[in-house]
Write a protein that binds this ligand. Structure first.
Ligand SMILES: Nc1nc2c(c(=O)[nH]1)N[C@H]1C(S)=C(S)[C@@H](COP(=O)(O)OP(=O)(O)OC[C@H]3O[C@@H](n4cnc5c(=O)[nH]c(N)nc54)[C@H](O)[C@@H]3O)O[C@H]1N2
Ligand SMILES: Nc1nc2c(c(=O)[nH]1)N[C@H]1C(S)=C(S)[C@@H](COP(=O)(O)OP(=O)(O)OC[C@H]3O[C@@H](n4cnc5c(=O)[nH]c(N)nc54)[C@H](O)[C@@H]3O)O[C@H]1N2
Ligand code: SF4
Ligand SMILES: [Mo]
Length: 785
């Protein structure tokens, strides 16, 4: 008899509630859960393929251990023995920074990925942390860190109430939204228009989202910061600055006025290829709307001016009084948010507290640029750039980091040794990050590498030990990260829909054992890791005069935690101490694990509410509108304007931007037959004008060349991209040997990131420039396939 189970979908940030059909131990169907408090039945083609993705026969079932150069199946015990034997001697010989940790995107979609990596990093004491954030949203973290004093305080558009949405570099009709968790994003945008609201999309491509909008501005890639600066200039010049309730909570408004004075619409129009009149309209419409939100995503983030763009997005939200008000850009409050503190000055946000060993890149939010990972491995002893000013700043013509970046220059801080070992959790940087060929070689040279990954793919094939987590149906689900970015406060928890298959290990246990092996406690009970985390949290809580459990006995409180497992007890603790929690009895109506289990479709916690000044942790206790590191980076904005001028009128050359497909997800979902094929292919979109000029034909092949290398790709001629811009999706290039991705390998596509050499970065955040970089094209003779 088939049965059903509820499960929030982990395949993108929309977090839709699914109703799974289960026959035996397999998922045979998935539909939207119409009773889900947040998603109300919405589902996309990926969610509908949950069962196929879950039961992919290429998913690894047993750990793999390298013996005589070959990865062979082994027991869990053998695998963790190998991990402990591989890592500890390297830590002892070369120090903790010689062990790198790489964290990929799916960590935001798993319970284990939220709960254990912080313990791993703290336990190891390594500063060599690289994550997908520096291929994605790090500019937003840096901007929020500087503006609000908290890198995690990210305002989201109040999608369901706003009257006006200005969206830059986002395509939620295909991505289903990002840094803005909103199941049925398409429906919410349609509702915005249906209630008389206005949607403007700024994107060099005419995306499905752009087609839905009232207005589409096909900007030249990489120039959004100039457009937004000009909009701010108009607000000041035309007397439209009205921070409203924010008055008195913001410092630096006049300084921003000075900073943007020269960026008039006329001055930036050519660079952006957007008429000055349109820019004025955008500013006036934003200021004139009853409520409005400016929202920028990947195309506004992974660009050379990424941090400046992210900063200007919120500058406009502040100047128009839309930050922190209903209908504007608001701070969600998740059920596991760290306990509330009284408002007041905080510690602020520092950048550059240490630097990468080889190239001297400053850290941001405790991370080094993942684009610099290969160099940290393959640069022999102290690199040429170490201890100097950031090399990327110099290459970008920036040079703004020579002491301006927060914490100021420090002497490296990572020791002399290259990275000798790597712990990779849910990451595939060989395809996701710049120059996979170089990274491939670097990973191959490591003394030891462990991958926690369900697939033997382009990255994990280099590991000495591969630890495969169970598929999502056998894992619990809670959105620790994404609830803090959701357009409505709500909370849901699912236990595993089917029991762990024999021979499988829960990902929480895998990571707990990995922590123990890495810190020299191999063989200890993995529950000790959770107990340690619980004791630490309770110890802090009972000492905190603002916590509901102040002065109580931590042992007694620990004894009252419920849950079937360590991670469940930790979730119970976080919920009960959280902003909606029962406070261990202080509010009997409050949240606990048991309350969530009693509400399988979730609990709605209401619309977003204003949270200033409580969220602020800046030193001033205010929103700091023109922080020092941003001011120091502004010369690059002016230079971007100068560089865009082509005195002889020659075409500025082609630039490449990315593209996501609704049925895809970064690098790891090309192995599900139902999701690939049709329009989901690795093709180069070229505008007809450019195609004609370059002799490219639809269905033909092109060679794309850039600083990092060249690739050959099929051409699709389409006016969905603007002239001067070509577009290629990422996550392809599944033609490397030694992988086990039988479906993906049959139609491998090409790796767009091979075009990058890893030197193009947004200097403040260390984020790779993945959009708007220069390429050249040439036709290739058709290859028979
Ligand atoms: N050119 C270009 N490059 C890009 C982008 C772009 O727009 N253009 N986008 C960038 C962005 S936004 C991101 S976030 C990065 C992503 O970069 P990565 O995180 O490195 O890439 P993913 O493809 O998401 O790889 C995730 C890995 O996790 C594994 N995995 C899947 N499910 C689980 C699980 O439950 N547990 C564990 N342990 N592992 C799991 C997969 O097999 C895969 O190996 O890519 C970036 N790269
Ligand atoms: N189907 C699907 N869904 C996904 C993913 C996936 O791979 N596939 N990945 C997930 C991940 S990890 C993330 S981070 C999110 C990303 O979510 P989004 O940010 O919505 O992702 P994209 O679809 O890449 O949208 C970026 C848009 O920016 C445009 N663009 C490029 N350069 C510029 C520029 O300089 N200026 C402006 N204004 N626009 C520019 C591109 O043309 C593109 O349409 O999606 C998530 N959801
Ligand atoms: S929109 Fe995202 S969360 Fe919702 S079903 Fe599709 S992949 Fe899953
Ligand atoms: Mo991402």
């Amino acid at each position: 008899m088939p049965r059903t189970a509820l499960r929030v979908c982990p395949l993108c940030e929309a977090t839709c509630g699914l109703t799974l059909t289960i026959e035996g131990t397999g998922v045979t169907g998935a539909r939207g859960d119409k009773d889900d408090v947040f998603s109300r039945g919405f589902i996309c083609p990926k969610g509908a393929s949950f069962g196929a993705a879950d039961s992919d026969p290429d998913r690894l079932r047993r750990p793999l251990v390298r013996r005589d150069g070959q990865l062979v199946e082994a027991s869990w015990e053998e695998a963790f023995d190998a991990v402990a034997a591989g890592i500890r001697p390297l830590v002892e010989r070369y120090g903790p920074h010689a062990v790198g940790v790489v964290l990929g995107n799916p960590n935001v979609h798993t319970v284990a990925g939220a709960l254990y990596p912080p313990l791993l990093l703290a336990g190891l004491g390594t500063r060599s942390l690289f994550t997908a954030s520096t291929l994605d949203q790090m500019p937003k973290h840096v901007s929020s860190g500087l503006l609000f004093g908290d890198a995690l305080a990210i305002p989201v558009p109040d999608l369901d109430r706003t009257d006006h949405l200005l969206m830059l570099g986002a395509n939620p009709l295909d991505s289903n939204g990002s840094l803005c968790t909103a199941p049925d994003f398409p429906g919410r945008l349609k509702a915005l228009r249906a209630r008389g609201g206005r949607l403007t999309v700024v994107d060099p491509r005419r995306t499905r989202t752009a087609k839905l909008a009232d207005r589409h501005v096909a900007i030249r890639p990489g120039t959004d910061a100039l457009l937004l600066a000009a909009m701010a200039q108009v607000l000041f010049a035309d007397g439209l600055v009205a921070p409203g309730a924010l008055d008195g909570q913001v410092v630096g408004v006049e300084q921003v006025a000075d900073a943007v004075r020269d960026f008039t619409p006329e001055a930036v129009a050519d660079a952006c290829d957007v008429p000055a009149a349109t820019i004025r309209d955008l500013a006036h419409d934003l200021a004139g709307a009853p409520t409005a939100a400016v929202y920028g995503r990947v195309g506004a983030s992974t660009v050379a001016l990424g941090t400046l763009t992210c900063w200007l997005v919120d500058v406009l939200n502040v100047l128009t009084g839309n930050l922190d008000r209903p209908g504007g850009a608001m701070f969600p409050l998740s059920a596991t948010d760290r306990a509330r503190r009284p408002a007041g000055p905080g510690k602020g946000f520092a950048l550059g507290r240490w630097r990468s060993r080889a190239d001297g890149h400053p850290e941001a939010k405790g991370e080094l640029p993942i684009a610099a990972l290969a160099a940290e491995i393959d640069t022999p002893v102290r690199g040429v750039g170490a201890g100097r000013d950031s090399a990327d700043g110099a290459r970008d013509g920036g040079g703004s980091l020579g002491g301006g970046a927060g914490g100021g220059p420090v002497d490296g801080g990572l020791g002399e040794s290259p990275l000798r070992a790597l712990i990779s959790i849910a990451a595939n940087p060989v395809l996701s990050a710049p120059d996979g060929d170089r990274l491939d070689k670097a990973l191959e040279s490591l003394d030891f590498m462990v991958s926690v990954d369900p697939y033997l793919n382009e990255t994990s094939r280099h590991a000495h030990v591969v630890l495969p987590p169970p598929p999502p149906s056998q894992s619990p689900h809670f959105d620790f990260a994404l609830n803090a970015l959701a357009v409505r406060n709500q909370v849901r928890y699912n236990r595993a829909a089917v029991p762990l298959e024999a021979g499988r290990m829960a990902e929480s246990e895998i990571l707990a054992r990995l922590v123990l092996a890495a810190i020299g406690m191999h063989g200890a009970d993995p529950a000790a890791v959770d107990t340690l985390a619980i004791d630490r949290t309770l110890g802090k809580a009972v000492a905190d005069p603002h916590a509901p459990v102040h002065g109580q006995d931590p042992k007694e409180l620990a004894g009252r935690l419920t849950g079937e497992s360590g991670p469940e007890r930790r979730l119970d603790l976080m919920l009960r101490l959280g902003p909606y929690g029962d406070g261990f009895g202080a509010d009997p109506e409050g949240l606990s694990l048991q309350r969530l289990l009693d509400h399988p479709h979730g609990i709605d916690l209401g619309p977003l509410r204003p949270r200033l000044p409580e969220v602020l942790k800046t030193r001033s206790g205010r929103v700091e509108l023109l922080p020092g590191p941003i001011a120091d980076d502004l010369p690059r904005l002016a230079r971007a304007l100068d560089e865009s001028r082509t005195p002889d009128g020659s075409p500025a050359g082609l630039v490449l931007v990315g593209r996501r497909h609704l049925r895809s997800n970064n690098s790891w979902m090309h192995n599900v037959p139902a999701l690939v094929g049709g329009t989901n292919r690795c093709t180069l979109h070229v505008h007809p004008d450019d195609a004609g000029r370059l002799g490219l034909v639809d269905g033909g092949q092109a060679r794309v060349t850039a600083a990092g290398g060249e690739i050959a790709v099929p051409v699709e001629v389409t006016d969905a991209v603007r002239p001067g811009v070509v577009s290629l999706p990422h996550g392809w290039g599944h033609d490397r040997p030694g992988t086990r991705l039988s479906v993906a390998a049959a139609d491998p596509g090409a790796n767009v990131n091979q075009l990058l050499d890893g030197t193009l970065l947004d200097p403040l955040s260390g984020t790779a420039v993945l959009n708007g970089f220069r390429v050249t094209l040439a036709p290739l003779p058709a290859t028979p396939s």
